[in-house]
Design a binder for this molecule. Sequence first.
Ligand code: HEC
Length: 128
Amino acid sequence: MRYLLLLSALFFSVLSALSGCSYDNEEDLFPPKPNIGPCDTTAVLFSANVLPILQANCYRCHTRGNSLGGNIDLETFASLQRNALSGTLAGTVAHRNGFNPMPVGAPRINACDVAIIRTWARNGAQNN
Ligand code: HEC
């Protein structure tokens, strides 16, 4: 009897150890990067604020003539601006329903960077 108890205890501890490893939610494996400091979107500029985000997170795939990004060119300003004014750019980085979540294969960019892109697009996606 004691042997049976021991055996079942062993069985359940192995079972819980195994199930502990099978939880692979994308958000938990790749938590969004934390924001550093307060998020200031009062004076968003393309050159100073938006471009560095795109360079760091998107241009691996979305430069001119780059098929990794499905030939969606976010390097040529006119093409980037079209995607911004249509709402697609902000929709993809915010992972909104109906948009392909970007960046592919990496965690969502942090909330402040999403807000910067959204603000720039809403302000007319200017080349400033
Ligand atoms: C690893 C490659 C890769 C990276 C990095 C990447 N994308 Fe994409 N992106 C793609 C591919 C491939 C598509 C084509 C859509 C599809 O079939 O999924 C796409 C499509 C898009 C589209 C059009 C989506 C639509 O719904 O029509 C936008 C806008 C976009 N990406 C923005 C971005 C932005 C902004 C970033 C950076 C934050 C980014 N992407 C990072 C590969 C990438």
